[in-house]
Design a protein around this ligand. Sequence first.
Ligand code: NAG
Ligand code: NAG
Ligand code: NAG
Ligand code: NAG
Ligand code: NAG
Length: 292
Amino acid sequence: MLLLWALLVFIHGTACAKVTAYEYNITWVNRNPDGLHMRPVMGINGQWPIPALHVTKGERIVVTVHNHLGNETTSLHWHGLYQNGTAHMDGPPGVAQCEIPPGDSFVYDFKVDQPGTYWFHSHTRGQYPDGLRAPLIVDDPENPFEDEFDEEVVLSFSDWYHDSMVPLLSSFISVTNPTGAEPVPKSALINDSQDVTVAVQAGKTYMIRMIDIRLTSVKELFDAIPDDLNSNVTGWLVLDGNQELPKPANVDDFDPLDDLSIQPLDGAAVLDKVDRTVTLDLKMDNLGDGAN
Ligand SMILES: *[C@@H]1O[C@H](CO)[C@@H](O)[C@H](O)[C@H]1NC(C)=O
Ligand SMILES: *[C@@H]1O[C@H](CO)[C@@H](O)[C@H](O)[C@H]1NC(C)=O
Ligand SMILES: *[C@@H]1O[C@H](CO)[C@@H](O)[C@H](O)[C@H]1NC(C)=O
Ligand SMILES: *[C@@H]1O[C@H](CO)[C@@H](O)[C@H](O)[C@H]1NC(C)=O
Ligand SMILES: *[C@@H]1O[C@H](CO)[C@@H](O)[C@H](O)[C@H]1NC(C)=O
């Protein structure tokens, strides 16, 4: 009787949330997003760029992932979601789950309880720069800013490599790369493209969801910048689609926002003063040739 009651509570509890099922076939597709080099990338259901996943807060999603890559294991991680009570759906192989072998499947099944702008990506080795990544937008039915905008725009920002991660990782994690110099990408992309256009109308207010899905590209990180690196990428807001697009303008100076100046919307208090400092001195003895 107790079991039946528990079962009824369970059915009732789950019946309350809207459940949406998705089937993701992960395969290789060939793409050339920077117009410079065609290469295999990881797509979902034959698509790349991979369409954004739009869900509503409170919804339960069931994503059945079939690994049809043939030659690599994979996984999906739901970046930014707490997975409170569903840590086994978080994705990182060797931590939350086993790798999904080629030819095998895994079902991610969890309730999405946080509104906001997130993304999902492979958490297998360095795999996501091979393309297995996309925006994950969680709409809030009680969005406090609902009345302040007319439409939403989703834009991702990333770096792009011409080599696949397999050779890049083996030269990166190598005794011959003792300083850990990061592989330098070939291009920058906005929304997995170099000529994205966003149709806008005069008088409307847009909420822009910007998602940073790059691997490494912070210029300061690179030991040397090769001459063929084109770090410029342009997108256009288009009012009148019949007009020719203007030539891209170079932006010489940026006025970066210091994000320490951003105030939490929920009024969360600043952390107390630091009362203890731990100092750790590290000596890297192997930066010369990789050998100690
Ligand atoms: C996934 O692939 C299987 C065949 O392997 C096919 O039956 C199914 O329709 C595909 N699903 C989607 C969403 O494309
Ligand atoms: C950017 O790409 C995402 C899919 O990755 C798509 O949902 C969105 O509409 C695109 N944004 C624009 C402005 O084209
Ligand atoms: C698997 O095949 C793809 C497409 O041909 C290739 O880009 C990738 O490097 C291969 N992976 C391995 C581990 O060989
Ligand atoms: C996680 O879920 C538990 C049980 O529902 C709840 O008590 C707790 O507050 C949640 N934690 C967070 C960080 O949301
Ligand atoms: C990129 O922009 C910089 C700064 O505006 C400019 O100096 C450079 O020539 C541009 N590079 C290319 C490849 O267009």
